[in-house]
Design a protein. Structure first.
Length: 438
């Protein structure tokens, strides 16, 4: 009988122990393959981000955008389109100062002298320019003691931008400037022996200033041998009268008129080569000598102020625009010194699209907040039918065309501009009440 051989049990253990692990690995491989071949459904999409609108911008970003608007009139329209926009403008004096530095004061109209007609550039795109005369000043009714009257040298009641009036009863006469709101009253007729004049000038506060409006009255004789000042305040409703002062001129121009420049009322006396200036803070008179080039006959210049409020003189000669500032020289003497000179040759050629400069004329109108308003036209053999009106930045020399008049205006022209910041764009109680009324 053949014996059956038996294998020890431990010989079977390795194979028995490896089978379960191999089976487990196989099953895991199948599960992984199945999972990879049958992916899970994609997660739901995330909600879309909330839309970003201009109303979501903070005030600082809004102001940076508003600085790029072309003018304060555009800024006003944008500010009143949304409460948040209006708040951003009203709450920042620094923004308003920066905006004034970057933009020329808004032009309202050009006024022609002596007829005092207004040319409104805003009407240029509507088939021509609108002409507006100060007809209300010329209405003659029996209720008024004063009536407009032409002088012996003209057929219109205007002279050098002033409307001429006479008193029906006393035959006294007065001049009023609708542009500057200056009033000259002559108490008696010239042949009565009283050759004196009362000048009234408005000192309106800037929109940022919390000061009352004032009226300055300067009483002087026609030759400026003496003068006396009185100031009326809208806050106290009273006059403050200063003592009379001795003249600083020893006889000046009889027909000179005062010009209000920030901080001063100035009278240019070309025959004396100087400016008589009244400081509107101290109400003291001072004499300022003109620079030598401006003492020459027929020199054309105007007074104004820079962006930082300094008194300046702007002069044009042979297509060069020079700026003079009141500064202290090396000898500690305060006088007007040349600050900048801007050649206008290239600018004139680009604006007029003409290569010739013979016969070109530059007409200065006014200087405000560092911007000079001027016009260019051709005279003589090179005469043209057009006249170009523009603003020129004294700091950057940037030019902005305001109007291209299809004809040359043969009479003097003055620029009527908005000099004060609109009160409705300032956060104060008075502006709020005005907005409610409107």
């Amino acid at each position: 009988m053949r014996s059956v051989g038996y294998r020890p049990l431990h010989e079977f253990l390795p194979s028995l122990s490896t089978r379960p692990s191999s089976l487990l690995s196989f099953q895991l491989h199948r599960l992984t393959a199945t999972a990879m071949s049958s992916p899970h459904p994609p997660p739901p999409p995330s909600p879309p981000p909330a839309p970003t609108t201009i109303t979501a911008l903070n005030d600082d970003l809004l102001r940076e955008i508003f600085l790029r608007l072309p003018a304060v009139t555009t800024l006003a329209r944008a500010a009143f389109s949304c409460r948040a926009f209006l708040r951003a403008v009203r709450s920042s004096p620094a923004f308003r100062r920066r905006f004034r530095e970057l933009h020329a004061p808004p032009l309202i109209a050009f006024l022609t002298v002596p007829y005092m007609r207004g040319i409104v550039p805003a009407a240029a795109g509507r088939g021509g320019f609108q002409f507006r005369a100060f007809t209300d000043l010329l209405q003659d009714d029996d209720a008024s003691e004063w009536r407009a009257k032409a002088d012996s040298h003209s057929d219109v009641p205007y002279h050098d931008g002033y409307v001429c009036f006479t008193n029906r009863t006393t035959d006294q006469w007065a001049d009023y400037s609708p542009h500057s709101q200056a009033l000259n009253i002559f108490p008696k007729k010239p042949n009565d022996g009283d050759d004196t004049c009362l000048e009234f000038h408005m000192l309106s506060p800037d929109g940022e200033e919390q000061r009352p409006s004032r009226v300055v009255c300067v009483h002087h004789d026609r030759s400026w041998l003496w003068e006396r000042v009185a100031v009326f305040s809208s806050h106290t409703m009273e006059w403050q009268i200063f003592p009379p002062t001795v003249t600083l001129l020893l006889g000046g121009d009889r027909n000179v008129t005062g010009t209000v420049v920030r901080g001063f009322i100035c009278w240019v006396h070309k025959n004396k080569g100087c400016i008589l200036a009244l400081n509107t803070v101290t109400f003291q008179f001072s004499r300022m000598d003109l620079p030598p080039p401006l003492k020459l006959p027929f020199s054309e210049f105007i007074l104004g102020q820079t962006k930082d409020g300094k008194l300046c003189i702007v002069h044009v000669h042979e297509c060069n625009l020079s700026v003079w500032l009141r500064t202290t020289d090396d000898d500690s003497v305060e006088r007007f010194m040349l600050h900048k000179m801007h050649p206008l040759h290239t600018i004139i050629k680009e604006v007029t699209e003409r290569s010739e400069l013979d016969g070109v004329q530059v007409r200065l109108m006014t200087v405000s907040n560092g911007f000079v308003y001027l016009s260019v036209y051709y005279w003589g053999p090179q005469a043209s039918d057009s006249e170009w009106f523009m603003s020129f930045c004294l700091e950057t020399a940037e030019v902005n065309i305001l109007l291209n008049e299809g004809r040359h205006l043969p009479c003097p022209v003055d620029a009527y501009i908005m000099t004060s910041w609109p009160s409705y764009l300032i956060h104060n109680k008075e502006a709020f009440l005005k907005m409610i009324v409107l």
